[in-house]
Write a protein of this length. Structure first.
Length: 262
């Protein structure tokens, strides 16, 4: 996954709203979001090559996501897949800060990553390239292939667009899916320098990446209202950015309780 924008307590009826794009090679075998038979209570897409996920939610209302940390073009062969990190949290049942503390102790076993873990009440962030575990405050935040809230152009555009949607009375799934749909590259002078060369920086600069071999494979939306109703939607995309099927789920989070309107 390469871009997440999310809001905590920024809408009167939805204390948690998440929109995320997963960018990956189109040839990498993937299963769209579903309830996992091997891990009952976990709703997530599945990377069929390594067995993990990039983002998911549990029946209890816990959610987690991971992004790669861009470190130039160097090749790494870490012993463990980053996709096991969010899956482990969803299956483990630990408090998010406790789980991330365990992850931090074995962070060197993975290639560079940034991770979010929490529920509707609390959220924590950790990167094995970014130091200590952090509690994420209320507001609209972004996470791409760097540390939390790095102001890359596509992240700042996503922040503005999500803010606009949340100013509406009732954000819809389709409106939220469109938050990360922009595929126009940014001008060269706006691009970060991450060691991959200017041509690749251009290709990877928009929120939605279009390509025949590599690009945005899915957009995922998670919304949780103040009664604990979870709405989870995932739109898949084919090579060239062609829209595929939409998976849509609604369920009552078991441990959310009712949240007072702020």
């Amino acid at each position: 996954m390469c871009l997440i924008v999310f809001a905590r307590n920024s809408h009167p009826d939805y204390p948690l709203v998440v929109v995320a794009n997963r960018d990956e090679f189109h040839g990498r075998a993937t299963s769209q979001a579903h309830w996992w038979q091997e891990h009952p209570g976990v709703l997530a897409g599945q990377d069929l090559q390594a067995g993990g996920t990039w983002m998911g939610v549990s029946k209890s209302g816990h959610w987690s996501a991971v992004t790669n940390y861009r470190e130039g073009l160097r090749e790494e062969n870490p012993p463990r897949s980053r996709g096991e990190l969010p899956l482990g949290y969803l299956c483990d049942g630990q408090l998010p800060e406790t789980y991330l503390a365990e992850v931090s102790r074995r962070g060197q076993e993975y290639a560079g990553f940034s991770m979010l873990a929490g529920d509707v009440h609390q959220l924590f962030y950790f990167s094995n390239r970014g130091g200590q575990i952090q509690a994420v405050p209320d507001g609209i935040h972004t996470l791409s292939n760097h540390v939390l809230n790095t102001p890359w152009p596509k992240a700042e555009l996503a922040r503005l667009k999500l803010g606009k949607v949340l100013r509406g009375v009732e954000p819809s799934v389709e409106e939220l899916l469109a938050v990360l749909a922009d595929h126009q590259p940014f001008d060269d002078h706006e691009l970060p320098v991450t060691g991959i060369g200017i041509e690749l920086e251009r290709v990877l600069s928009p929120p939605f990446i279009v390509g025949d071999e590599y690009g945005t494979r899915s957009t995922t939306v998670l919304m949780v209202d103040r009664q604990g109703l979870c709405i989870y939607a995932e739109r898949s995309f084919l090579p060239g950015g062609i829209p595929g099927p939409l998976a849509l789920y609604e369920f009552q989070a078991l441990s959310s309780g009712h949240l007072a309107r702020s």
